[in-house]
Design a protein around this ligand. Structure first.
Ligand code: CMC
Length: 392
């Protein structure tokens, strides 16, 4: 009989070679193409990071201009896609709408489905990065009964997203530059994270030769789960449920109780056994945004900070090396910006799209690539003869 290595949850199996993102979980280090995340978050901007992830090097001024120009020219959606949105219930979760709409892109853009044609792969990549903010914003607009707002070419990627979410035809939303910067930083911090569940899903889907729109839809579906990208929504809801600082011990006790399924959302990570470097940047950003918006004594932020402080000194969390992850503080910023919790995971999805595409392109370009096909340890019945229904 065949002998297989059994590794549930892939805790010790490398499924691919990759030159895109490096994580040192013990040190709490995250590098995109060698550049540390904190430097990129401070000095770079999201579209430059997209270029870096996709191409391996930082762009020259000219390369950056060309890239931005191309992304900007793909932000519109085929007009017919509006009817697709309108087919959903208004109260649909925006992630449900996004999985559907992104999957449906392959029925609109026939000239970018051939994965063997480098030009088509390139166009599909540009389209996905450019259109995801439009799709996320429209999923939101639809859910609140407001008209869809078209993208505007003179705005930056982050400004444009805020505009499409918060402008109405009667009144354009004034995009505060500092808020656009914070939005851009959230995109940057989420851009890639090597072989996490959704990225592995995109690779697995892509390994069969499925088209890129279908693969990214699969990634979005996987990201939605509360153990993954859905944690940002779950975390803010948990912080609200805790409500006040005096109730924290009760929730800490629940998180430690083996008989209670409750976990501290935004805590713990498969790879990081130290501070998630993204959480550090996010925490500073949260302080800045609340300051900028003049929100003082925000109860959710107070609960978050105190929860973090208590957990970092608690024997259970210390011994299991459970630290705040990227999802712990992002929700506070997004809420302050005016997003409902249901938009947190869509924002993660649109930010991660470039990571998924970079990984998908790397895989497609690998001549040794094979279809992803895990084996199993079979535990079912052994051979037996069929029994006629009268004899059962
Ligand atoms: N609260 C309480 N206990 C926890 C937590 C938590 N948040 N996370 C892990 N543990 C415990 C867990 O019960 C287990 O204990 P024991 O060894 O006694 O059975 C131990 O720590 C190891 O946990 P695990 O589930 O085996 O670890 P994993 O690597 O499979 O899971 C995780 C990683 C992120 C799914 C998990 O830590 C978790 O569920 N965290 C909460 C959800 C969350 O914040 N997810 C976002 C992850 S980061 C960004 C993203 O992917 O979106």
């Amino acid at each position: 009989a065949d002998v297989f290595t059994y590794d549930p949850g892939f805790t010790s199996t490398a499924a691919c070679e990759s030159a895109i993102t490096y994580i040192d979980g013990d040190k709490g280090e995250l590098l995109y193409r060698g550049y540390p995340i904190d430097q990129l978050a401070e000095k770079s901007h999201y579209l430059e990071v997209c270029y870096l992830l996709l191409n391996g090097e930082l762009p020259s001024r000219q390369q950056m201009e060309d890239f931005e120009y191309r992304i900007t020219r793909h932000t519109m959606l085929h007009e017919q896609i509006q009817y697709f949105f309108r087919g959903f219930r208004r109260d649909a979760h925006p992630m449900a709408t996004m999985v559907g709409v992104v999957g449906a892109l392959s029925s609109f853009y026939h000239d970018s489905l051939d994965i063997n044609d480098p030009w088509q792969r390139e166009v599909a990549s540009m389209r996905l990065i450019a259109k995801l903010p439009t799709i996320a914003a429209w999923a939101y607009k639809y859910s609140i009964g407001q008209p869809f707002v078209y993208p505007r070419n003179e705005l930056s990627y982050a400004e444009n997203f805020l505009h499409m979410c918060f402008s109405v035809p009667a009144e354009p939303y004034h995009v505060e530059p500092a808020l656009a910067k914070a939005m851009d930083r959230i995109f940057t911090l989420h851009a890639d994270h090597e072989q996490n569940a959704s990225t592995s899903t995109v690779r697995l889907a892509g390994s069969s030769g499925a088209n890129p729109f279908a693969c990214i839809a699969a990634g979005i579906a996987c990201l939605w789960g509360p153990a993954h990208g859905g944690a940002n929504q779950a975390c803010l809801e948990m912080l609200r449920q805790i409500g006040t600082v005096d109730r924290i011990p009760e929730f800490i006790a629940r998180a430690k109780d083996k008989n209670d399924p409750f976990r501290l959302m935004g805590f713990g990570h498969r790879v990081y056994k130290n501070f998630d470097p993204r959480a550090k940047v996010m925490k500073e950003s949260a302080d800045e945004v609340l300051e900028l918006l003049g929100i003082h004594n925000n109860p959710t932020l107070q609960v978050a900070k105190e929860l973090e402080r208590i957990a970092l000194h608690d024997e259970y969390f210390v011994s299991k090396k459970l630290y705040p992850n990227v999802d712990f503080y992002s929700g506070i910023i997004l809420e302050a910006m005016g997003f409902p919790t249901s938009m947190f995971t869509p924002i993660f999805a649109l930010s991660r799209t470039v990571g998924w595409i970079s990984q998908w392109k790397e895989m497609i370009g690998d001549p040794t690539g094979k279809i992803g096909r895990p084996r199993q340890l079979y535990t079912g019945a052994t051979f037996r003869d069929y029994v006629d229904v009268d004899a059962r």
